[in-house]
Ligand binder design. Structure first.
Ligand code: SAH
Length: 344
C-alpha cells in the first residue's frame, strides 16, 4: 500500500493536485480544509458535502495523526509545557503561556539545534533533525485541543527548540497554513519568528509578513562570538543592518532579545552600549534574565542587577520590556527546552 500523505503538510495547491490525481475537482480541496481547519472535524465520515464513496477513499490517502503528547506539565503561574513524541520516536517541546488576555504558543522548529549558543539548554542536544511542516502545525493543533471551550491560542512564537531559519522551507510552509484563509486563519502579525541571526534569511521573515525577533544577547562582536558562534559568520553590524531593513520594509518594530548573564552581559556599561547600537533600529528590547539549567556555567544576575540594567535602558529612552520568567518550576522557560531524556 502507498504511504499516506500527512494532511497537515499540504497547502491549497498541493491538496488540489493530490485530489486531481484521484480524479476529483479542485474545489474539493477547500471543502476538506474547511472541515478540518475551519470546523475541526477530522472524521471523514462526517463531511456531509462529500459523496459517500469519496469519503471512504480518504482515510487510506491522508494521515491526520498529530504528534502524541507524552507529558503535560502545568506551572503554578498557568504556563503549560507539552512534550510531544514524533513518528520516529524523537521528541520536542511546546509551551503555552498565558498573559494579559493572550495565550501564546511557543513552538519548536527542530529536534535539538546546531547553533551552539553557549547558554542554551537545547544546544546541548545538537541537531537531530528538522521538523516537517505537519509536525509544526501538529504541535499547534494538539495544543489547541487541550484548551477548555472558548479559550484560544492568540499568538504563536517560534522560540522553542531549534533555529527556525535553519529550517525555512518547513517553517514558512507551516506559517502559510497558520495564516491562510483556507487554513487556520491566524493573523501574520500574531506570529513571531525568532532567530539567532541567520542574516541572509531574514528577508524571508519580511516576505512572510510575520514579526521578527532577533536574539542579540551581546553588545560587541567579541562577546557575541564567544556566546553565539553564529556571530562569527554574520557579525553584529550585518545583523543590525538586516533588522533595520526588515523594520523599513515591514513597518514593524523588531524585537531584540537580550539574555542577562551574570558578569557577562549584565553590566550598566553593556546597557548603555546596547542602547547605542540599537538606537537607530526601530525595535523593542526584551531583556530575559538567564534561566538556569544543569551545568550551564552561567548564572542569573541578582534581582537588583536586573532592575538596574532595565532602569538604565529606560532612562536612556529605549523601548524596553523585561520578559517575565514563566514556567520556571517546570523547566518551560526560555532556553530550558529539551527532549526529556536529556534531563534524566
Ligand atoms: N533559535 C531561535 C529560537 C530560540 S528562542 C533564537 O535563537 O532566537 C529562545 C530565546 O531564549 C532566545 O532569545 C535565546 O537567546 C533565549 N535563551 C536561550 N537560553 C536561555 C536561557 N537559559 N535563559 C534565558 N534565555 C535563554
Amino acid at each position: 500500500m502507498l504511504e499516506k500523505i500527512p494532511f497537515y503538510n499540504l497547502n491549497l495547491n498541493e491538496l488540489k493536485s493530490v485530489l486531481n490525481g484521484l480524479g476529483k475537482e479542485s474545489f474539493r480541496a477547500q471543502q476538506l480544509f474547511r472541515w478540518i481547519y475551519g470546523l475541526g472535524v477530522t472524521d471523514f465520515n462526517h463531511m456531509s458535502n462529500l459523496a459517500k464513496d469519496f469519503r471512504a477513499e480518504l482515510p487510506a490517502k491522508f494521515d491526520l495523526s498529530l504528534p502524541e503528547i507524552i507529558t503535560h506539565q502545568k506551572s503554578a503561574d498557568g504556563t503549560q509545557k507539552l512534550l510531544f513524541r514524533l513518528f520516529d520516536q524523537k521528541s520536542v517541546e511546546a509551551v503555552l503561556i498565558p498573559s494579559e488576555g493572550r495565550l501564546t504558543l511557543c513552538l519548536s522548529s527542530e529536534v535539538g539545534c546546531n547553533m551552539a549558543c553557549k547558554f542554551c539548554f537545547t544546544a546541548k542536544q545538537k541537531l537531530q533533525r528538522k521538523l516537517e511542516a505537519h509536525e509544526i502545525v501538529g504541535q499547534y493543533l494538539a495544543s489547541a485541543r487541550l484548551l477548555p471551550s472558548g479559550e484560544k491560542i492568540t499568538n504563536i512564537v517560534f522560540m522553542g527548540m531549534g533555529e527556525p531559519l535553519d529550517n525555512p522551507e518547513q517553517v514558512f510552509k507551516a506559517i502559510e497554513i497558520f495564516n491562510s484563509d483556507w487554513g487556520l486563519n491566524l493573523s501574520k502579525k500574531k506570529i513571531t519568528v525568532s532567530t539567532s541571526g541567520l542574516v541572509p534569511l531574514i528577508p524571508l521573515v519580511t516576505k512572510s509578513g510575520t514579526r521578527l525577533a532577533v536574539s542579540l544577547n551581546a553588545v560587541d562582536d567579541e562577546m557575541r562570538s564567544q556566546i553565539m558562534p553564529i556571530n562569527k559568520k554574520w557579525p553584529l553590524q550585518q545583523l543590525l543592518d538586516a533588522c533595520r531593513q526588515h523594520a523599513k520594509d515591514s513597518g514593524d518594530k523588531v524585537t531584540l532579545e537580550y539574555v542577562l548573564l551574570e558578569g557577562i552581559t549584565d553590566s550598566i556599561d553593556s546597557a548603555r552600549k546596547l542602547y547605542q547600537i540599537t538606537k537607530n533600529v526601530p525595535c523593542k528590547i526584551n531583556i530575559i534574565p538567564f534561566n538556569e539549567h544543569p551545568n550551564s556555567g552561567f548564572k542569573r544576575p541578582s534581582e537588583a542587577q536586573i532592575v538596574a540594567f532595565h532602569n538604565e535602558l529606560m532612562r536612556l529612552g529605549a523601548h524596553v520590556l523585561r520578559r517575565k520568567t514563566m514556567g520556571r518550576d517546570i523547566s518551560a522557560a526560555c532556553g530550558q527546552l529539551t527532549t526529556a531524556a536529556m534531563r534524566a
